[in-house]
Design a protein. Structure first.
Ligand SMILES: [Zn+2]
Length: 74
């Protein structure tokens, strides 16, 4: 039996340079590639690619979401 909770799912975070929108892809880069998905459209219409728009390093999604959804800011 595998304990999935101990494994963080692979995530790819893309950030649009135009509008700052964050796109979170669940899965590995090679999986997206094998699906033929190498570019993703942002809400602003900009085309994001894993190569060009990936946010490098560790990205704390929970922190990010909290920041986006903070009711009373700071
Ligand atoms: Zn955008």
């Amino acid at each position: 039996m595998q304990h999935f909770s101990e494994f963080e799912p692979e995530r790819i975070v893309l950030k649009c340079r135009w509008c700052g929108e964050i796109l979170v892809l669940i899965g590995r880069e090679e999986d997206w590639r094998s699906e033929g998905r190498s570019s993703f459209q942002c809400e602003c219409g900009e085309s994001l690619t894993i190569l060009a728009n990936r946010v490098p390093g560790e990205y704390n999604i929970e922190q990010l979401l909290r920041r986006l959804g903070a009711p009373n800011g700071r």
